[in-house]
Ligand binder design. Structure first.
Ligand code: DX5
Ligand code: ZN
Length: 221
């Protein structure tokens, strides 16, 4: 499977949103990662439905909507998911995980199940056949610029094995401290989709296009 890149839009400069998106289009990224935070599930606030709509108006790049909210089943429609988008919900955020995946599917998007660093991979086994994407959080969700939680590398491997053993087809997405160095390790562990934040494309010391090309080179895409 070809590795895919999903830049984290919460790390973009919202004052220059259109320019930022044009650079990402030029770089040929696969998705735009939309971090939605409710101040409950995670101790921070981030992108909501209005800004998501503004981003949508500026580009045809599919959206990769990461709902870090409690009871995500109540908010999926607000983000107007489209064919080709991914909508990910956290295993820890709903007692109705299977039902929530059905709601995403009915809305026409790809289903994603996200897991925090402290959640064992086994917790998502019952829904592995229904997930198009497993989002392995490689930092604790809520803030950009954190350091990789080392145990998450072996979790990527575990999830990969689980997918293979179940003859399922889910792709593995990694989110948090996807630096050039870590991206290589995550790729080797079995990751398919890479969220690029302040550790790569939005690193303040680097040109965004150059950083995107460097990440692509590391991932051989
Ligand atoms: C963490 C966010 C990530 C983060 C990734 O909750 O979901 O998207 O911004 O970027 P860095 O590279 O800063 O970890
Ligand atoms: Zn995210």
């Amino acid at each position: 499977m070809k590795a895919k890149i999903s830049p984290s839009m919460m790390c973009a400069d919202f004052g220059r949103l259109e320019d930022e998106i044009r650079i990402l289009e030029k770089a040929g990224v696969d998705y735009l990662h939309i971090d939605v935070m409710d101040g409950h599930f995670v101790p921070n606030f981030a992108i909501g439905p209005d800004l998501t709509r503004s981003i949508r108006r500026l580009t045809d790049i599919p959206l990769d909507i990461h709902l870090m909210v409690e009871r995500p089943e109540n908010y999926i429609d607000l983000f107007e998911p489209r064919l080709g988008d991914i909508v990910s919900v956290h295993q820890e955020a709903t007692v109705h995980l299977e039902r929530t995946l059905q709601i995403i599917k009915a809305a026409g998007a790809k289903t994603g199940v996200a897991v925090n660093p402290a959640t064992p991979a086994i917790m998502i086994k019952p829904v592995i056949d229904e997930a198009d994407v497993v989002l392995v959080m490689t930092v604790n969700p809520g803030f950009a610029g954190q350091k990789l939680v080392p145990s998450t590398l072996s979790k990527i491997r575990e999830v990969k094995e689980m997918i293979q053993e179940s003859c399922a087809s889910a792709e593995i997405e990694v989110d948090g401290n996807v630096s050039f160095e870590n991206a290589f390790k995550m790729l080797a562990a079995g990751a398919d989709i890479f969220v690029a934040g302040t550790s790569s494309i939005f690193n303040a010391d680097m040109d965004k296009l150059e950083a995107a090309y460097k990440l692509k080179q590391i991932l051989s895409v």
